[in-house]
Design a protein around this ligand. Structure first.
Ligand code: FES
Length: 127
C-alpha cells in the first residue's frame, strides 16, 4: 500500500511539473502564491516588465494593469470594493473582470490578463 501511495505521489508531482511546464510554454508565468493575496487584497507583481495588480475578490484572482489610465496612479496602492479597484490618486474605479471604467475621472479601460491557478500557485499571461 505504501509503495502504491509513493508511486501515486511521485506521479502526481511529475504531472504537476508537466502542467507547470505546459502552462509556461503557453505564456503563463508564475507570479505569486495564493496566500500572498488574501481575499479583498491587492498585490503588485511584474511579468516581463509589465506592472500588474493581482486582486482577490472573494477567492477569485484577477490580474489588471497596475497603471491607472487617468494619470498613471498605481492601482495596487488603492483598494478593492467588490469587483471595483479604486485608484488612490483621484478615485477612478475599474472593474477587475474586464478593465472597464466604472467611476470617473478615468475614461479609458485598463488592461486585464488571463489568470490560471496551479494548486496554490498563481500564473498570469501577458502576451
Ligand atoms: S491617476 Fe488614477 S484617478 Fe487619477
Amino acid at each position: 500500500m505504501s509503495r502504491f501511495r509513493s508511486a501515486c505521489a511521485r506521479s502526481w508531482r511529475e504531472d504537476s511539473g508537466l502542467l507547470r511546464e505546459a502552462m509556461a510554454s503557453h505564456g503563463f508565468v508564475t507570479v505569486a502564491q495564493r496566500a500572498e493575496v488574501p481575499a479583498g487584497e491587492i498585490k503588485y507583481v511584474e511579468v516581463n516588465g509589465i506592472p500588474i495588480a493581482l486582486c482577490n475578490v472573494e477567492g477569485a484572482i484577477y490580474a489588471v494593469g497596475n497603471i491607472c489610465s487617468h494619470d498613471a496612479g498605481p492601482l495596487s496602492g488603492g483598494f478593492l470594493d467588490g469587483y471595483a479597484i479604486e485608484c488612490p490618486r483621484h478615485g477612478a474605479r475599474f472593474d477587475v473582470r474586464d478593465g472597464k471604467v466604472v467611476c470617473l475621472p478615468a475614461a479609458v479601460p485598463i488592461p486585464t490578463y488571463p489568470v490560471q491557478l496551479d494548486g496554490e500557485t498563481i500564473t498570469v499571461k501577458v502576451s
